[in-house]
Design a protein around this ligand. Structure first.
Ligand code: F6R
Ligand code: MG
Ligand code: MG
Length: 377
């Protein structure tokens, strides 16, 4: 048995350039400086600093396991240092995702998002790291379902005997901090009844039937930590590929359909998730539309060979075109649902303040009250 490798993706938005549209090159250089120092000190084996929109992501390999204090602290310190620089540069929303004053062991509840997996490196270890901006963790539900459960996406479920037994999928209830593992394909239908509500139920881990980790997502909801809207979660995800797992192309294919996700403009609108290259990860139109980049790595002894910019491919041009058309269509609804989020999801925006301000202006309209309605906010 070889020693286990940990892949940690730790991300935060600590200041945007310009507005919430992108990262600043000096911030990126500083992030690299921190990661390079950690490599030199032997804390990490290798690193890549990725970005999507106004979020930085440390992609790190090491042997310290998940939720490791040293690894989390290294990123926390980097984000604090970057926050200082963001203030100096006058960047927008400097320190946005720093929701706590003091570091106490790990990043749980602190603001930055993280997705980590520990595994024994295979002879060849292809991994895709996805980074998204202007959306929330549930955005990964549909693509993950397609990768691991849908034979119309993943031919391996039909053609590769080793995949016939399906996968175990952990779904977290973010409201009640509970989790359940669904045995797919047997429990695919009950699982769908939950993951079809991605604002609350999110796929956190995917395992093989032998208990090997296949995929992990970041599940932090900033608004749930802060109790109000403080910026969007902008989740990350890592998926191992090939040899009994979905092929690289099966992992990427779900993004050819730009599905509708929550998180566009002010975290309060639905929009299509547009797959883009690393050179196009700057959401500008109406602070969006939401977007995702895919970074491909071949791991070797923990070394990150990569990234390959997987969505820098003409075969995603049509998805981008459809996403732009869907963006036009949804945007034309202006402040109306379903472009704007439903009322219950507006609980973590400015909506409760507006309701509070107007609460004395509402008078009885003389009609019968509908049972069970009007209780969202
Ligand atoms: C940030 C985001 C943006 C902001 C919007 C308003 O993740 O999605 O759409 O919510 O630019 O920002 P403020 O309220 O800071 O002016
Ligand atoms: Mg921002
Ligand atoms: Mg962001």
């Amino acid at each position: 048995m070889g020693e286990k490798i940990t892949l940690s993706i730790i991300k935060a938005d600590v200041g945007g350039w310009v507005g919430h549209s992108a990262i600043h090159p000096e911030m990126h250089d500083l992030a690299i400086e921190h990661a390079a120092r950690a490599k030199k000190a032997g804390i990490v084996i290798d690193y890549f600093v990725g970005h999507c929109g106004d979020d930085h992501a440390f992609i790190l390999t090491h042997k310290k396991g998940i939720q490791n204090t040293e690894i989390h602290k290294m990123c926390w310190d980097a984000f604090l240092d970057m926050t200082d620089l963001a203030h100096n540069l006058g960047l927008y929303g400097a320190g946005q995702d720093i929701l706590s004053d003091a570091f106490s062991g790990n990043l749980r509840g602190m603001g930055p998002g993280y997705a980590e997996m520990e595994f024994e490196e295979r002879k060849s270890e292809p991994i895709i790291v996805f980074l998204a901006d202007k959306t929330e963790p549930g955005a990964w539900n549909m693509p993950l379902y397609k990768m691991f459960c849908d034979p119309f996406n993943t031919a391996g479920l039909v053609i590769d005997q080793s995949m016939f037994k399906g996968f175990d999928i952990e779904v977290d209830d973010l409201v009640n901090a509970k989790k359940v593992i669904f045995d797919t394909p047997l429990e695919t239908y009950p699982m769908l009844s939950f993951i079809g509500a991605p604002g609350r139920f999110v796929i956190k881990h995917v395992y093989t039937k032998e208990g090997e980790i296949a995929a992990v997502t970041s599940t932090q909801r900033l608004s749930f930590i802060a109790g109000k809207y403080v910026g969007k979660d902008d989740p990350v995800m890592a998926v191992r590929c090939q040899s009994g797992l979905p092929a690289v192309g099966e992992v990427l294919n779900p993004f050819a359909f730009p599905h509708i996700v929550a998180g566009w403009m002010r975290g309060s609108h639905h929009g299509p998730l547009m797959p883009v290259s690393m050179t196009q990860d700057h959401p500008t139109r109406f602070d969006g539309p939401p977007r995702v980049v895919a970074l491909g790595f071949q791991l070797k002894d923990g070394k990150l060979n990569g990234p390959r910019d997987m969505f820098a491919d003409v075969s995603y041009d049509r998805a981008r075109q459809i996403a732009n058309e869907m963006a036009d269509y949804l945007k034309a609804h202006g402040p109306f649902e379903p472009h704007r989020l439903p009322l219950e999801d507006m609980e973590y925006t400015n909506m409760p303040l507006i309701m509070e301000t107007l609460k004395d202006r509402w008078v009885d309209d003389g009609e019968n009250k509908a049972k069970g309605s009007g209780k969202h906010i």
